[in-house]
Design a protein around this ligand. Structure first.
Ligand SMILES: [Zn+2]
Ligand SMILES: [Zn+2]
Length: 226
């Protein structure tokens, strides 16, 4: 497919932050920035742990229908379990679901942060986890588990986390049963939001031969979430 065809695919960004965790923008401005950059849908995925899970999700979910009214992009409300001990990830993911999270992400073993080893394994083993973000040099065994348990793996548009994008694309290509790959911004600041054309460029740069199929994974997973 040509560049033009991939840029015709709508971009559903499954991973953005607000100042409810460490983002710079409030939820309203995140929507506006995402819309003007060209996104069709976003998932709020603020960092949470055992202390902040419930208050953060409650803030969103208590006003979910009011917030969605008249917005320029489709919105889903999730969270990113971040620096949670691996043994606690499954329980906290379950709790997030019970509170009403529409999407559950785990902050994976990125090369640029001291994420505890075992985090990737715990994330891809949980039926309540939708996305393992920036999985770094994820093992083939963990990528297979991700496929079995339908946990998507993230190609990251974010500087630093993106260092292992090429590794991930190459690893998944060699697997017999492939996990679903998606591309997300992990946006924290005004300049972080992107269009599907930019997403396709990042995918091609990571060695991905079919950016369109990954953009379609984003769309499908967004529509399934809830
Ligand atoms: Zn993260
Ligand atoms: Zn994040």
């Amino acid at each position: 497919m040509s560049k033009n065809q991939s840029s015709d695919i709508e971009f559903y960004d499954l991973h953005v932050h607000t100042f409810l965790s460490d983002g710079l923008l409030g939820p309203g401005e995140v929507v506006r920035r995402a819309a003007t950059a060209g996104a069709t849908g976003i998932v709020f995925s603020d960092h949470v742990d055992v202390v902040t899970l419930e208050p953060t999700l409650d803030k969103f979910l208590q006003v979910a229908s009011d917030f969605r009214r008249h917005r320029e992009v489709e919105v889903k409300f999730g969270c990113e379990l971040t620096h949670v001990p691996p043994a606690d990830i499954a329980g906290l993911a379950r709790q997030a679901r019970e509170i009403g999270a529409e999407f559950v992400t785990v902050h994976g073993e990125t090369p640029v942060e001291p994420v505890e080893p075992g985090t990737n394994r715990a994330a891809v083993s949980s039926a309540d986890v939708d996305l393992l973000a920036h999985p770094g040099e994820i093992s083939a065994a963990d990528a297979k588990l991700a496929a079995e348990n339908e946990v998507a793996l993230e190609i990251s548009a974010r500087r630093g986390h993106s260092l292992t994008n090429g590794y991930l694309v190459n690893l998944v290509r060699r697997l017999e049963t492939s996990p679903r790959l998606v591309i997300c911004t992990d946006a924290h600041a005004p300049g972080d939001f992107i269009s599907s054309a930019r997403a396709a460029e990042i995918l091609r740069g990571a060695g991905c031969r079919s950016p369109e199929s990954i953009l379609l994974n984003n769309q499908k997973i967004f529509q399934e979430a809830g």
